[in-house]
Ligand binder design. Structure first.
Ligand SMILES: C[S@@+](CC[C@H](N)C(=O)[O-])C[C@H]1O[C@@H](n2cnc3c(N)ncnc32)[C@H](O)[C@@H]1O
Length: 268
Protein backbone atom coordinates (compact mmCIF):
# COMPACT_ATOMS: atom_id res chain seq x y z
CA UNK A 1 0.00 0.00 0.00
CA UNK A 2 2.78 2.44 0.89
CA UNK A 3 3.99 3.89 -2.38
CA UNK A 4 7.77 4.31 -2.72
CA UNK A 5 9.35 7.12 -4.69
CA UNK A 6 12.82 6.41 -6.11
CA UNK A 7 15.37 9.20 -5.60
CA UNK A 8 16.05 9.17 -9.37
CA UNK A 9 12.43 10.05 -10.08
CA UNK A 10 12.44 12.89 -7.55
CA UNK A 11 15.67 14.26 -9.07
CA UNK A 12 14.18 14.08 -12.54
CA UNK A 13 11.03 15.95 -11.62
CA UNK A 14 12.69 18.64 -9.49
CA UNK A 15 13.46 21.16 -12.29
CA UNK A 16 9.93 20.81 -13.72
CA UNK A 17 8.47 21.19 -10.21
CA UNK A 18 10.48 24.30 -9.45
CA UNK A 19 9.63 25.87 -12.83
CA UNK A 20 5.91 25.15 -12.32
CA UNK A 21 5.45 26.60 -8.81
CA UNK A 22 3.29 29.68 -8.36
CA UNK A 23 5.24 32.88 -7.80
CA UNK A 24 2.21 34.97 -6.71
CA UNK A 25 1.64 32.57 -3.80
CA UNK A 26 5.30 32.74 -2.89
CA UNK A 27 5.09 36.55 -2.86
CA UNK A 28 2.13 36.41 -0.45
CA UNK A 29 3.99 34.00 1.81
CA UNK A 30 7.06 36.26 1.76
CA UNK A 31 4.93 39.23 2.83
CA UNK A 32 3.39 37.16 5.61
CA UNK A 33 6.72 36.15 7.15
CA UNK A 34 8.78 39.26 6.41
CA UNK A 35 8.55 40.78 9.94
CA UNK A 36 9.34 37.57 11.80
CA UNK A 37 12.68 36.95 13.46
CA UNK A 38 12.70 33.39 12.15
CA UNK A 39 10.35 30.70 10.91
CA UNK A 40 9.84 27.10 12.08
CA UNK A 41 8.87 25.04 9.04
CA UNK A 42 7.63 21.43 8.80
CA UNK A 43 7.96 19.85 5.34
CA UNK A 44 5.77 16.73 5.14
CA UNK A 45 6.66 13.93 2.71
CA UNK A 46 9.87 15.85 2.11
CA UNK A 47 11.70 13.19 0.07
CA UNK A 48 15.22 14.43 -0.70
CA UNK A 49 14.39 18.06 0.19
CA UNK A 50 13.25 19.55 -3.12
CA UNK A 51 10.80 21.87 -1.35
CA UNK A 52 13.56 23.11 0.97
CA UNK A 53 15.89 23.71 -1.98
CA UNK A 54 13.20 25.83 -3.66
CA UNK A 55 11.81 27.74 -0.70
CA UNK A 56 14.73 28.33 1.65
CA UNK A 57 16.63 30.77 -0.61
CA UNK A 58 13.40 32.63 -1.40
CA UNK A 59 12.15 33.35 2.13
CA UNK A 60 13.37 36.59 3.72
CA UNK A 61 13.97 35.27 7.28
CA UNK A 62 16.22 32.68 9.02
CA UNK A 63 14.52 29.29 8.95
CA UNK A 64 14.42 26.11 11.03
CA UNK A 65 13.28 23.20 8.88
CA UNK A 66 12.01 19.80 9.96
CA UNK A 67 11.77 17.35 7.04
CA UNK A 68 9.47 14.37 7.65
CA UNK A 69 9.36 11.28 5.47
CA UNK A 70 9.08 7.53 6.04
CA UNK A 71 11.94 6.79 3.63
CA UNK A 72 15.30 7.18 5.37
CA UNK A 73 17.26 6.82 2.11
CA UNK A 74 15.51 9.88 0.65
CA UNK A 75 15.95 11.95 3.80
CA UNK A 76 19.67 11.11 3.85
CA UNK A 77 20.04 13.07 0.59
CA UNK A 78 18.56 16.29 2.02
CA UNK A 79 20.85 19.17 2.96
CA UNK A 80 20.74 22.94 3.37
CA UNK A 81 22.11 24.85 0.37
CA UNK A 82 25.63 26.04 1.34
CA UNK A 83 24.84 29.73 0.90
CA UNK A 84 22.16 29.77 3.63
CA UNK A 85 23.95 29.78 7.00
CA UNK A 86 21.02 30.90 9.23
CA UNK A 87 18.98 27.91 8.07
CA UNK A 88 18.88 24.78 10.23
CA UNK A 89 17.71 21.33 9.18
CA UNK A 90 16.41 18.34 11.15
CA UNK A 91 15.13 15.19 9.53
CA UNK A 92 12.50 12.93 11.09
CA UNK A 93 11.97 9.47 9.68
CA UNK A 94 8.32 8.73 10.45
CA UNK A 95 5.08 7.64 8.88
CA UNK A 96 2.78 10.62 8.35
CA UNK A 97 -0.11 8.47 9.55
CA UNK A 98 1.37 8.59 13.02
CA UNK A 99 3.53 11.70 13.06
CA UNK A 100 1.99 14.75 14.75
CA UNK A 101 2.69 18.42 14.13
CA UNK A 102 2.95 19.00 17.90
CA UNK A 103 6.53 17.70 17.86
CA UNK A 104 7.74 20.75 15.94
CA UNK A 105 5.13 23.46 16.70
CA UNK A 106 5.52 24.74 13.14
CA UNK A 107 4.70 28.26 12.02
CA UNK A 108 4.60 27.12 8.39
CA UNK A 109 3.51 23.64 7.29
CA UNK A 110 4.49 22.80 3.76
CA UNK A 111 4.39 19.82 1.42
CA UNK A 112 5.17 19.38 -2.23
CA UNK A 113 3.66 16.67 -4.43
CA UNK A 114 2.05 15.02 -1.41
CA UNK A 115 -1.57 16.12 -1.07
CA UNK A 116 -3.01 13.87 -3.80
CA UNK A 117 -1.69 10.85 -1.85
CA UNK A 118 -3.55 11.59 1.37
CA UNK A 119 -7.10 10.82 2.53
CA UNK A 120 -9.86 13.24 3.58
CA UNK A 121 -9.41 12.06 7.14
CA UNK A 122 -5.67 12.77 7.09
CA UNK A 123 -6.25 16.18 5.49
CA UNK A 124 -8.78 17.09 8.20
CA UNK A 125 -6.21 16.18 10.82
CA UNK A 126 -3.63 18.36 9.06
CA UNK A 127 -6.02 21.34 8.98
CA UNK A 128 -6.81 20.89 12.70
CA UNK A 129 -3.08 20.69 13.45
CA UNK A 130 -2.35 23.86 11.48
CA UNK A 131 -5.22 25.67 13.22
CA UNK A 132 -3.99 24.56 16.63
CA UNK A 133 -0.55 26.09 15.95
CA UNK A 134 -1.99 29.02 13.97
CA UNK A 135 0.42 27.86 11.27
CA UNK A 136 0.32 28.87 7.62
CA UNK A 137 0.18 26.10 5.02
CA UNK A 138 1.85 26.04 1.61
CA UNK A 139 0.83 22.84 -0.20
CA UNK A 140 2.20 22.79 -3.70
CA UNK A 141 2.19 20.66 -6.83
CA UNK A 142 -0.92 18.64 -5.99
CA UNK A 143 -2.05 16.72 -9.07
CA UNK A 144 -5.49 17.97 -10.21
CA UNK A 145 -6.31 15.29 -12.80
CA UNK A 146 -6.20 17.65 -15.76
CA UNK A 147 -3.90 16.18 -18.42
CA UNK A 148 -4.05 17.72 -21.88
CA UNK A 149 -2.18 17.27 -25.14
CA UNK A 150 -1.94 19.93 -27.86
CA UNK A 151 -2.61 17.22 -30.49
CA UNK A 152 -5.31 14.96 -29.02
CA UNK A 153 -5.44 11.17 -29.38
CA UNK A 154 -8.83 9.37 -29.29
CA UNK A 155 -7.67 7.29 -26.29
CA UNK A 156 -6.42 10.20 -24.10
CA UNK A 157 -9.63 10.58 -22.11
CA UNK A 158 -9.99 6.81 -21.60
CA UNK A 159 -6.47 6.45 -20.18
CA UNK A 160 -6.70 9.64 -18.12
CA UNK A 161 -9.93 8.43 -16.48
CA UNK A 162 -8.31 5.10 -15.58
CA UNK A 163 -5.22 6.85 -14.17
CA UNK A 164 -7.36 9.22 -12.12
CA UNK A 165 -9.37 6.31 -10.70
CA UNK A 166 -6.11 4.60 -9.78
CA UNK A 167 -4.99 7.78 -8.02
CA UNK A 168 -7.85 7.35 -5.56
CA UNK A 169 -6.46 4.05 -4.25
CA UNK A 170 -4.97 3.87 -0.77
CA UNK A 171 -1.34 5.09 -0.93
CA UNK A 172 -0.72 4.39 2.74
CA UNK A 173 -2.77 7.15 4.39
CA UNK A 174 -6.30 5.92 3.59
CA UNK A 175 -8.26 6.17 0.30
CA UNK A 176 -6.37 8.93 -1.52
CA UNK A 177 -7.98 12.21 -2.54
CA UNK A 178 -6.12 11.99 -5.86
CA UNK A 179 -7.20 14.77 -8.26
CA UNK A 180 -9.78 16.08 -5.75
CA UNK A 181 -7.06 17.05 -3.30
CA UNK A 182 -6.59 20.73 -4.28
CA UNK A 183 -10.33 21.53 -4.15
CA UNK A 184 -10.99 19.60 -0.94
CA UNK A 185 -7.96 21.17 0.78
CA UNK A 186 -9.08 24.69 -0.16
CA UNK A 187 -12.59 23.97 1.20
CA UNK A 188 -11.28 22.53 4.46
CA UNK A 189 -8.88 25.39 5.17
CA UNK A 190 -11.61 27.95 4.37
CA UNK A 191 -14.03 26.15 6.68
CA UNK A 192 -11.40 26.40 9.42
CA UNK A 193 -11.31 30.19 9.01
CA UNK A 194 -8.17 30.44 6.88
CA UNK A 195 -7.65 32.86 4.01
CA UNK A 196 -6.93 30.62 1.01
CA UNK A 197 -5.42 31.21 -2.42
CA UNK A 198 -4.81 28.61 -5.12
CA UNK A 199 -2.92 28.88 -8.39
CA UNK A 200 -2.23 26.44 -11.24
CA UNK A 201 1.28 24.96 -11.29
CA UNK A 202 1.25 22.64 -14.32
CA UNK A 203 4.17 20.82 -15.86
CA UNK A 204 4.67 21.81 -19.51
CA UNK A 205 6.34 18.92 -21.31
CA UNK A 206 7.71 18.90 -24.86
CA UNK A 207 10.29 16.97 -26.88
CA UNK A 208 13.04 18.58 -24.79
CA UNK A 209 11.73 16.93 -21.61
CA UNK A 210 11.63 13.29 -22.73
CA UNK A 211 13.68 12.15 -19.74
CA UNK A 212 10.74 13.21 -17.55
CA UNK A 213 8.01 12.19 -20.01
CA UNK A 214 9.18 8.60 -20.45
CA UNK A 215 8.85 7.45 -16.81
CA UNK A 216 5.74 9.62 -16.43
CA UNK A 217 3.91 8.00 -19.34
CA UNK A 218 5.23 4.56 -18.29
CA UNK A 219 3.79 5.16 -14.81
CA UNK A 220 0.41 6.14 -16.29
CA UNK A 221 0.39 3.03 -18.49
CA UNK A 222 1.17 0.83 -15.49
CA UNK A 223 -1.50 2.49 -13.31
CA UNK A 224 -4.19 2.45 -16.02
CA UNK A 225 -3.47 -1.21 -16.90
CA UNK A 226 -3.66 -2.14 -13.22
CA UNK A 227 -7.01 -0.36 -13.03
CA UNK A 228 -8.33 -1.90 -16.28
CA UNK A 229 -6.37 -5.15 -16.87
CA UNK A 230 -8.71 -6.16 -19.70
CA UNK A 231 -7.58 -3.05 -21.63
CA UNK A 232 -3.83 -3.47 -20.99
CA UNK A 233 -2.85 -3.85 -24.65
CA UNK A 234 -4.92 -0.87 -25.72
CA UNK A 235 -3.33 1.21 -22.92
CA UNK A 236 0.23 0.12 -23.79
CA UNK A 237 -0.37 0.99 -27.45
CA UNK A 238 -1.58 4.42 -26.37
CA UNK A 239 1.59 4.94 -24.27
CA UNK A 240 3.92 3.98 -27.13
CA UNK A 241 2.01 6.24 -29.52
CA UNK A 242 2.02 9.23 -27.17
CA UNK A 243 5.75 8.96 -26.43
CA UNK A 244 6.45 8.84 -30.14
CA UNK A 245 4.21 11.91 -30.63
CA UNK A 246 6.18 13.77 -27.97
CA UNK A 247 9.52 12.63 -29.40
CA UNK A 248 8.68 13.85 -32.90
CA UNK A 249 7.25 17.15 -31.64
CA UNK A 250 3.75 16.33 -32.92
CA UNK A 251 2.33 17.22 -29.50
CA UNK A 252 3.21 18.78 -26.19
CA UNK A 253 1.75 17.78 -22.85
CA UNK A 254 0.36 19.72 -19.90
CA UNK A 255 0.02 17.96 -16.54
CA UNK A 256 -2.25 19.83 -14.14
CA UNK A 257 -1.15 20.63 -10.60
CA UNK A 258 -2.27 23.29 -8.15
CA UNK A 259 -0.52 25.20 -5.39
CA UNK A 260 -2.39 26.32 -2.31
CA UNK A 261 -1.51 28.91 0.31
CA UNK A 262 -3.59 29.11 3.50
CA UNK A 263 -2.90 31.91 5.99
CA UNK A 264 -4.45 32.11 9.45
CA UNK A 265 -6.96 34.95 9.76
CA UNK A 266 -5.17 37.69 11.77
CA UNK A 267 -8.52 38.80 13.31
CA UNK A 268 -9.40 35.43 14.82
C1 LIG B 1 5.86 12.49 -4.73
S1 LIG B 1 7.03 12.37 -3.46
C2 LIG B 1 7.41 14.08 -3.17
C3 LIG B 1 8.72 14.27 -2.43
C4 LIG B 1 9.14 15.72 -2.23
N1 LIG B 1 8.18 16.45 -1.45
C5 LIG B 1 9.38 16.40 -3.56
O1 LIG B 1 8.66 17.36 -3.87
O2 LIG B 1 10.30 15.98 -4.28
C6 LIG B 1 6.03 11.94 -2.04
C7 LIG B 1 6.87 11.78 -0.78
O3 LIG B 1 6.00 11.47 0.31
C8 LIG B 1 6.58 10.44 1.09
N2 LIG B 1 5.48 9.70 1.71
C9 LIG B 1 4.43 9.11 1.10
N3 LIG B 1 3.62 8.51 2.00
C10 LIG B 1 4.19 8.75 3.21
C11 LIG B 1 3.83 8.38 4.54
N4 LIG B 1 2.73 7.66 4.81
N5 LIG B 1 4.63 8.78 5.56
C12 LIG B 1 5.75 9.52 5.31
N6 LIG B 1 6.14 9.89 4.08
C13 LIG B 1 5.36 9.51 3.04
C14 LIG B 1 7.36 9.60 0.09
O4 LIG B 1 8.37 8.83 0.70
C15 LIG B 1 7.90 10.67 -0.86
O5 LIG B 1 9.15 11.15 -0.44
Amino acid sequence: MNERFPADWLTLREPADHAARSEPLLDRLRDWCRDRESLRIADLGAGTGSNLRYLAPRLPVPQHWTLVDHDPDLLALASVPASLPPTTLRTVCADLGEWVLATTAPELVTASALLDLVSRHWLDRLVRGCLHHRAAALLVLSYDGDVSWTAPDPEDAFVRAAVNEHQARDKGLGAALGPLAPVVAADRFRAAGYRVWTEPSPWQIDAGALALAEPLVAGWVEAAAEQLPEAAVRIRDWGARRLEDLRTGRTTLRVGHRDLLALPDPDR
